[in-house]
Design a protein around this ligand. Structure first.
Ligand SMILES: [Zn+2]
Length: 98
């Protein structure tokens, strides 16, 4: 069984963390990281279940950060409808009058 622990990783340099490389005719999985976008600190590829776990842990963290951001700052016109103060003027969030 794999221990659930986020390990320090480096961004894959050849693909800039994208996991894919643009070829002449199509995009290809990056050979430097096996499509993960990250490599271990020693430069080795993260494989299989370990790759899924490490990406999942990072995705969980990113999603929780996104939730906090969205709660703190409602996007676009919804703030006008919810009576949230707008620093420009009433309806500054592009209130449409609905
Ligand atoms: Zn790569």
């Amino acid at each position: 069984m794999t221990k659930v622990e986020q390990i320090p990783l480096d961004m894959c340099v050849p693909c800039c963390g994208q996991g894919v490389i643009n070829g002449v005719f199509h995009r290809m999985v990056c050979a430097g990281c096996g499509g993960v976008g990250f490599v271990r600190k020693n430069g080795s590829v993260i494989e299989g279940e370990e790759a899924v776990l490490q990406l999942r842990l990072r995705l969980n963290r990113a999603l929780s950060m996104l939730r906090v951001y969205e709660q703190a700052r409602p996007a676009g016109p919804s703030g006008d409808y919810q009576g949230i103060e707008n620093k420009h003027h009433a309806g500054g969030g592009n209130y449409t009058g609905d």
